[in-house]
Design a protein around this ligand. Sequence first.
Ligand SMILES: *Cc1c(COP(=O)(O)O)cnc(C)c1O
Length: 360
Amino acid sequence: MSRKFNFYAGPATLPLPVIEAMAKDFVDYKGMGLSLIETSHRSKEYDEIHLGAINITRELLGVGDDYKVMLLQGGATLQFGMLPMNLLHSGRKAAYVHTGAWAKKAISDAKKCGTVEVVWNGESSKYMTLPAAGAFKVDPESVYCHITSNETIGGVQWQEFPNVGVPLAADMSSDMMSRPLPMDKFGFIYAGAQKNLGPAGLTLAIIRKDLLEKCADNLVAYLKYKTHADSDSLYNTPPVFSIWTFKLTMEWLKANGGLKAAQERAEQKAAVLYDAIDGSNGYYRCPVDKACRSRMNVVWRLPSEELEEKFIKEGKAKGMLGLKGHRDVGGIRASIYNAMPAEGVALLAQFMADFKKANA
Ligand SMILES: *Cc1c(COP(=O)(O)O)cnc(C)c1O
């Protein structure tokens, strides 16, 4: 079998040692005579996975006792609604920073739940940049200020997290665990697992206890953060397969130097592609403001849509999958999450040079 280089935005590439370890243990988990996904989520074997996943999350990010880590379902999309349902009751309001396609969805759902103030909107720059420090103000009465740490479609990423005077709530679906975080700025963080953490079906969420205390009580059980926080996310059946994979993926990350090393690798890989773009004399064009370029999702254009199609097709033939940009924006997108090896990025950069030579 030859493994392809997988540049899909999500579900996305996972570390090979992780899927190999899972394949090995899949049918007979640790001599139990059954697979982990067939056993009770109250079993001792699963308990070790579940609590292990929560603990390694705390360890990697340096999450203190003043936060609860929750393993949820419903994707990041459910969090677009669940966060404001929990926190925007009783006339409370929140600030939202509108940075692109994902922020737009978060704002749209939040508006259905309470008072939303969009404090910055990147529309005039076609969402190709992010606010400079101090470019927006947040009403100190806001319960939180919501940002999207990495816009997976547009390819813009916050390089530093703003000081806004209220807790940040961040959709980190596509860059969670790709760098250390200044946890003290955050009241709430969430990420669908299928970009940088594991398979689909799990959403990682971290909430600070003072915000947890402010959550609405009159919601159905699953939608209340308290339900999950008070039960270590075992109120109902958790997505055991996804959590198992997630735990192994985090162990792989830890064995490879943790978040600081992940950040260095991400910076190096991204630089290889941005250098290939910037060094192409305009043949490849990245539309994103240089100061905000994503290290997870690198987007660029070619001189024509026909050439883009050809590029994607030839890349695929060379074993590089998923290079097509999101259907809303077109162009090329290479998603280079933690598990993308440097060799995959080097191969892509070489292909870019060869393709230009042959087609310019
Ligand atoms: C993929 C993605 C989402 C949606 O995640 P689901 O798990 O499919 O709901 C939300 N926000 C960002 C930034 C994403 O990349």
